[in-house]
Every structure is written in structure tokens, then in C-alpha cells.
Design a protein around this ligand. Structure first.
Ligand code: B12
Length: 212
């Protein structure tokens, strides 16, 4: 079994230590960190499908997410280290919206944007509109990137856009949205500047939005 297979197995077994050490071993072996991200995303999708079909429970989500986070820490460090890191392409204020604690996909988006040359200000999870707006002002952001995994929190993305409008900032700050609860139709409906389904595609979108 290669290290990435071990990593997938460890996440499925909710083995946090094993996930961290197999990710570490893969990175030391020179495995492309993007392949590592792919494995984590794929296994988490599987876990989510199991939860949806009621084969798995919340306990399983928590176990798998903890193991995924341990692996992500190692892989993210490698992505940032090996990224191209040219001059800033622009500043992105990133976060998971208010009421939503899902962290994994958002962190992947941040790692890939940073590796591609964006300055990323990651506000974490459960971020209010006011916090997004303040951070966009403080950092003179080009893009605000919003993640939402729950249908109940997707609407918080609309709230951030409304608040940007109220503050008179909407003309000079682009908004990109994503996360499992979001579709292209929803993004258009709330007036976002773009949506992508994966963290890899988020990089291309961000470049388009800053006109690169
Ligand atoms: C892990 C997980 C958890 C963990 C989160 C741990 C953590 N620290 O992140 C825990 C256990 C805490 C959790 C809790 C809950 N969860 Co949960 N969770 C998941 C699960 C299994 C995986 C999410 C994940 O990490 N995926 C892997 C990453 C890589 O994918 P991703 O986040 O979608 O991100 C990718 C893209 O969307 C994109 N992307 C992400 N953000 C952005 C942003 C931009 C701008 C762009 C362009 C792209 C982009 O890039 C990423 C990589 O390609 C999903 C199932 C699923 N299918 O997604 C359920 C899921 C999201 N959870 C769900 C639910 C219901 C809950 C709870 C309400 C459960 C409960 N009863 O308490 C709570 C809510 C807590 C809260 N307030 O947030 C439901 C949501 C249903 C819905 N449509 O509303 C899901 C879909 C499970 C299901 N099938 O029912 N959860």
C-alpha cells in the first residue's frame, strides 16, 4: 500500500495519528501535495455520502474530519512551501460563513490560492458579515471568498454581499462563493461574481476576477 492509500485508510478508520503520519511520509517521499488534497477531498466525500445514506453517524463525521484535518495540516504546509509564490496577484479575504463550522474545503481553497500567489487572509469558520467587511477594509481586499456547507447557512453569503453593498464597497470588491451547499444558480441569484465547485477551480476563478 502506498502512503496515499494509507492516508485514505487512516481517515476511513478515524485514525488521526495515522492520517498525519502517512501524509507526512507521502510528502517526504515527494508525492505531489495536490494529490494528497485530492485523496482527502475524495474520502471526505465518501464519508458524507455514507452519512447521507444513513450508513454513518455524526460520530463518524467528527472522527473522519479530525483525521482529515491532521493530514491537511501537513499537506497544506507542503503546498505553501512548494507553491510558486510570485508577487501578489491580489488579496483574498476568506472564511466559512456565520453559523457554519465546516473548515476542510475552505482551508484547501486558502492553501491553493496562497500557493498560486494570492495573499490570503483566512478568517476561519463561523464568520459574521461584519467581520468579513471589516477584514476586507483593513486588508484592502480584491476578493471576498465565502464557503458554506449547509443549506441553512448558504443564505449568509447573500447577507455578506448585501452588507458590502450597504457599505458602498461592492464596486471594488469581487465576491466568489463555494462549498457543498452552493450551486452556480444560487451564486447568480445572490449576485456573486463567481462560483466554482472545487478548490482547484477556485484558483482559476480568482485569477479571472482580478483580471490576470
Ligand atoms: C466533515 C463534516 C462535518 C464536520 C466538520 C469538521 C470540520 N472541521 O470541518 C462536523 C462533524 C463538525 C460536521 C458538522 C455538521 N454537519 Co457536516 N459534513 C461534513 C462532511 C462529511 C464533509 C465536509 C468536508 O469536509 N468535505 C470535504 C471538503 C474538501 O469539501 P467541501 O468542504 O465541499 O469543499 C470543496 C468544495 O466545495 C470547494 N469549496 C469549499 N469552499 C469553497 C469556497 C469557495 C469560494 C470556492 C470557490 C470553493 C469552495 O473546495 C473544496 C475542495 O474542492 C459533509 C458531507 C459532504 N458531502 O460534504 C457533511 C455535511 C456538509 N454536514 C451536514 C450536516 C447536516 C452537519 C450538521 C448540521 C450535523 C448535525 N446534525 O449536527 C453539523 C453542522 C455544524 C455547523 N454548524 O457547521 C450536511 C449538510 C446538509 C445540508 N445540505 O445542509 C452534509 C452535506 C452531510 C449530509 N450529507 O447530510 N460536519
Amino acid at each position: 500500500m502506498n502512503h496515499l492509500e494509507e492516508l485514505g485508510k487512516a481517515i476511513r478508520a478515524y485514525d488521526t495519528e495515522g492520517a498525519g503520519s502517512s501524509a507526512q511520509a507521502a510528502m517526504e517521499d515527494g508525492v505531489d501535495p495536490l494529490e494528497g488534497l485530492d485523496v482527502v477531498a475524495g474520502v471526505m466525500k465518501e464519508i458524507g455520502d455514507g452519512f447521507e445514506s444513513k450508513e454513518l453517524w455524526l460520530f463518524d463525521l467528527i472522527g473522519a474530519a479530525d483525521a482529515a484535518k491532521a493530514a491537511l495540516l501537513v499537506i497544506e504546509a507542503k503546498v505553501l512551501e512548494t507553491g510558486s509564490q510570485p508577487d501578489h496577484l491580489g488579496t483574498v479575504v476568506l472564511g466559512t460563513v456565520f453559523g457554519d463550522m465546516h473548515n476542510i474545503g475552505k482551508t484547501m481553497v486558502g492553501a491553493l490560492l496562497t500557493a498560486s500567489g494570492f495573499r490570503v487572509v483566512d478568517l476561519g469558520t463561523n464568520v459574521t458579515s461584519a467581520e468579513f467587511i471589516q477584514a476586507a477594509k483593513d486588508n484592502n481586499a480584491d476578493i471576498v471568498a465565502l464557503s458554506a456547507l449547509l443549506t441553512t447557512t448558504a443564505v449568509a453569503q447573500a447577507k455578506v454581499i448585501e452588507t458590502l453593498e450597504e457599505e458602498g464597497m461592492r464596486d471594488h470588491v469581487k465576491v466568489m462563493v463555494g462549498g457543498g451547499a452552493i450551486t452556480a444558480e444560487f451564486a447568480e441569484m445572490i449576485g456573486a461574481d463567481g462560483y466554482r465547485a472545487t478548490a482547484f477551480e477556485a484558483v482559476g476563478l480568482a485569477s479571472e476576477l482580478v483580471g490576470e
